[in-house]
Design a protein around this ligand. Sequence first.
Ligand code: CO
Length: 158
Amino acid sequence: MAIRQIVTVGDEILREKSKTVTVFDGKLGQLIDDMIETLADAKGAGLAAPQVGVLKRVAVVSTDGETLYELVNPVIVKRSGSQIGAEGCLSVPGKSGYVERPKKLTVEAQDRFGNPVVLKITDPYTSVAFCHEIDHLDGILYTDKVIPDYKPKKKDLE
Ligand code: CO
């Protein structure tokens, strides 16, 4: 395993659309292992492959430091509810902003071996992290979705 360098805003790779993974080999496993290590080192909640300079539809999410989701070719197939919460991004250091996201999700993806997985996400923070990371795979940054001059309310996610 190795810690990879996280690219930051201004790097055009963050604006590109990632490619569907079709080969489930050791190289993919290595990428995912490196992303997990890089995420832990950066103390983040999620990391998408373009953030380490790889345009593949791969992301890792861990919002509680224990449960780890490895997402290959993730697609949100169902979303429900709405919440507004503060978001930041490892590729946009030192900044945060309020974004509206669904509260619950159903996501179809594959594991590192190509097996299909269906994930029902009910934790609000995890739902935000999934949406944020999947956006990265389409070249979308949370800063594109920030509500300008938003005044946080009590019910919002911190
Ligand atoms: Co991000």
